[in-house]
Design a protein. Structure first.
Length: 532
């Protein structure tokens, strides 16, 4: 549908949405455009996507892309975007990846030799020089310098509580998780075949004690090319369960409103997870599923950290935005705040559109409203909450771009006070691994775009099976602290100077009971959050 302005003059500018453009590309391609501008140009990262193909139909001269993330996950994305904007500017893809990316990634490993390191840095410089011809970089910090106060990113590493640790360990040692982690090992029956093709093959799987496995219909799990998808079919479920434990144990509570199969599975998982600790919550089998005894902050590393930080901030007259992706977690947090006597308001997906602005205005005006509870999805867009100077992201998103949007609620024009952002992570768990991957990707991006000399923290190389190191691979994801190389140790072993820069102070059980100053790990470059 084309809307023409009420004038006889020829149309000079066409403004369109991607869907309409994609569907009407034949019409668009007929016209002689002087320039094409693509907002959110990171949508052009996949050269197989329909939108990408359509965008390539446009004239090759004067293509412009605007984006905050030229490279989010891989060098492929960067290449595709640049190759669309200025066809051929980076040459052919294969030699590009071999010459620049492989060398730079290998040089980023922790245990790399001097020669590879030198070569990697040379290539990073060369790539950065090449990109500068085509890429104009503007950061919020630079463009709006003087108009915006300072934003500080912090990562708060919380310890799992002893109960959380036991629950976490019970699960990763359970039959379900072991099917996943050890699927490629040779089968215990001595057949010489790997486990997932032998005694643990779908649909039979492990005999018992595997409620997740047995809740799935493995007969239907076949890929498009006929390849088996099991046991990978369990990945997301397993990840979500571990994430729940990291955030709050009460999230394991089965919801009677769920469909019966899901309720049954959640109940079986909770039973398995709590094991001999079940009495601590008044038994998992009670009909009312009362997990009240879980609510104590001492059972939750993140709540304990939050409790301490809130006490400090309340005294300092700060105002806090508290974000969570999950409505159930918001419920838990709200109950917690009420019990502590803090005045808060709340906005989530269920808040009617017309009431949202009023909530925001009230919060901005009122001096007694201390905390604003927000769901990342509903609160992440279109609100202007400039009275808050502390932002807590209780359960970080797997996609850091969404967390950035959340931070920007408070960090925008009109903001008077400096803003501190706190991302809560439980150390040693899956959350920390995901965080490390984000840091790794951000480092790769910084190296490519700016030739920044990043510290070499990691042994893993993305997409390289020989060098999975501590970052990539299933067995690393489903492991716990002691079996894992942790961020703090990685930082410490780099050099002592790094330790001064990264103030490593833990908020959580390690400091519980003493009055040590509360701190959070300060992030250097590479943690994201530069806010382009
Ligand atoms: Zn076997
Ligand atoms: Zn399956």
């Amino acid at each position: 549908r084309v809307v023409y302005p009420d004038t006889t003059a020829p149309v000079e500018v066409v403004l369109t949405a991607y869907d309409y453009f994609r569907m009407g590309v034949a019409e668009f391609a007929k016209m002689r455009w002087s320039a094409c501008i693509f907002d959110e140009a990171h949508k052009l990262k996949n050269h197989r996507a329909k939108l990408y193909e359509a965008a390539c139909e446009l004239p090759q001269t004067r293509r412009f892309g605007l984006t905050g993330t030229a490279m989010q996950n891989s060098y492929d994305e960067l290449f595709n975007l640049m190759d669309w904007a200025c066809p051929g500017c980076l040459g052919e893809k294969k030699p590009f990846k071999l010459f620049y990316c492989r060398t730079m990634q290998q040089a980023q490993r922790f245990d790399v030799d001097e020669r590879t390191l030198g070569l990697g840095r040379q290539r990073a410089d060369a790539l950065s020089r090449l990109l500068k011809k085509y890429l104009l970089k503007r950061t919020k910090a630079k463009v709006l310098a003087g108009q915006l106060p300072v934003k500080q990113d912090n990562v708060v590493f919380c310890e799992l509580s002893p109960l959380q640790t036991r629950v976490y360990r019970r699960l990763i040692e359970s039959a379900d998780f072991q099917v996943l982690v050890r699927h490629a090992e040779l089968c215990d029956c001595g057949s010489g075949v790997q486990r997932s093709r032998c005694c643990y093959a779908a649909p039979t799987g492990p005999p018992e004690g595997a409620p997740i496995w047995h809740s799935l219909d493995h007969d239907t799990h076949v890929g498009r090319g006929g390849e088996p998808m099991c046991p990978y079919c369990m990945c997301l479920l397993c990840i979500n369960i571990l994430a729940k434990i990291s955030n709050h144990l009460e999230l394991l509570k089965p919801n009677p409103k769920d469909p019966p199969e899901k309720f049954e599975r959640d109940h079986a998982v909770a039973k398995l997870a709590f094991g001999e600790d079940a009495h601590l919550m008044g038994s998992v089998d009670r009909v009312d599923n009362n997990y009240d005894r879980m609510a104590a902050a001492t059972n939750c590393g993140k709540l304990l950290a939050l409790e301490k930080l809130l006490a400090l901030w309340h005294r300092a007259n700060d105002k806090v935005l508290l974000f969570s992706c999950s409505v159930r977690l918001l419920d838990i947090l709200e109950t917690f705040l009420v019990r502590r006597g803090y005045v808060s308001c709340r906005l989530d997906g269920n808040t009617p559109q017309r009431e949202r602005q009023k909530l925001v205005d009230d919060f901005n005006k009122s001096s007694s409203l201390f905390i604003f509870l927000l769901s990342t999805k509903a609160g992440g867009v279109g609100l202007n909450i400039t009275s808050a100077n502390r932002v807590v992201i209780f359960d970080p998103n797997w996609n850091p771009a969404l967390d950035l949007q959340a931070q920007d609620r408070a960090y925008r024009i009109g903001q008077q006070r400096d803003v501190d952002v706190y991302r809560f992570l439980t150390s040693g768990t899956l959350e920390e691994i995901v965080y490390q991957r984000q840091v790794y990707k951000q480092q790769q991006s910084n190296m490519a775009l700016d030739a920044v000399k990043e510290r070499r923290y990691f042994e893993g190389v993305q997409g390289d099976k020989e060098h999975q190191g501590e970052l990539f691979g299933l067995s690393n994801m489903f492991a716990l602290a002691s079996e894992n190389v942790r961020m703090q140790e990685l930082v410490a072993r780099e050099n002592r100077a790094a330790r001064d820069f990264y103030r490593i102070e833990k908020v959580g059980h390690a400091s519980a009971g003493n009055e040590a100053p509360l701190g959070a790990k300060r992030q250097g470059r590479g943690g994201g959050g530069e806010g382009e």
